[in-house]
Design a protein around this ligand. Structure first.
Ligand SMILES: Nc1ncnc2c1ncn2[C@@H]1O[C@H](COP(=O)(O)OP(=O)(O)OP(=O)(O)O)[C@@H](O)[C@H]1O
Ligand SMILES: [Mg+2]
Length: 235
């Protein structure tokens, strides 16, 4: 089970004929098992880029990323795809749900990609359990458009977590939600972190989110500018 993520000297440079953007500049960081880490910083400082590189969605320009000690950019991208599908979960700000599929079918997707029997009862059961965990069992047959923003975000959390990854990466998971709904989503993430010991990396602008994380990385101009342990108040 993958729970530890490490970047060593990573750079990400976006180059076109006219411009060159150094989105990440020599970032080294280790995310330890069970941590709940907030990534903060002004718009354009490289937060999403860091998340995408750490997860292997994007290739780094220089440097290495280790998932549980294994370098994911070595060789072709088979390993990266495998790591992503089996061991990481993603939550995006814009939900990224497939509009023509029901909530349940959306949650089944990652399991189906990994399975020789995509229509098995076992998959359906797991997906239903995940929907129950996020409080949406009764909404299984609804399509995304028939759900509220908070409910859609719950579906994406169920989808991210259904294959029981050791690590969850979230980009502004509460960014599109009102405060009350955002708090509920945050409660759910904290619960997954604590109960299931899922390591979490959360990009956020929201102080209410970072307050509840065990560690805060502050980025500036493509670098980690500050790395602080957060003393959490007892609940
Ligand atoms: N595909 C791309 N091509 C060129 N430049 C890019 C690309 N993606 C990101 N960038 C640039 O890299 C820098 C970092 O972008 P990134 O999306 O990581 O910022 P961010 O911290 O997530 O910002 P925000 O808070 O607005 O989401 C920015 O200057 C951005 O313009
Ligand atoms: Mg971003």
């Amino acid at each position: 089970m993958v729970r530890v993520l490490e970047a060593k000297g990573i750079w990400k440079v976006y180059e076109t004929a006219a411009t060159r953007v150094e989105a990440l500049r020599d970032v080294s960081v280790k995310i330890n098992q069970g941590e709940m880490v907030a990534v903060m910083g002004p718009s354009g400082c490289g937060k999403t880029t860091l998340l995408n590189c750490l997860s292997g969605l994007d290739e780094v320009s220089v440097g290495e990323v280790f998932v549980e000690g294994v370098s994911i950019f070595e060789g072709d991208d088979t390993l990266r795809t495998k790591v992503r599908r089996e061991q990481l979960g993603f939550i995006f700000q814009s939900f990224n749900l497939i509009p023509v599929l029901s909530a349940l079918e959306n949650v089944e997707m990652p399991l189906q990609l990994n399975s020789a029997e995509p229509n098995s009862k076992a998959i359906r059961k797991k997906a239903l359990n995940a929907l129950e965990k996020v409080g949406l069992k009764d909404w299984a047959s609804h399509r995304p458009a028939e759900l509220s923003g908070g409910q859609q975000q719950r579906v994406t959390i169920a989808r991210a977590y259904v294959h029981e990854p050791g690590l969850l990466l979230a980009d502004e998971p509460t960014g599109n939600l009102d405060t009350e709904t955002g708090t509920k989503i945050l409660d759910l993430l904290v619960e997954l972190n604590k109960e299931l010991n899922i390591t979490m990396l959360i990009v956020t602008h929201d102080k209410e989110v970072s307050k509840r994380c065990s560690r805060i990385l502050e980025m500036r101009d493509g670098r980690i500018h500050k790395d602080t342990q957060n003393i959490l108040e007892e609940e």
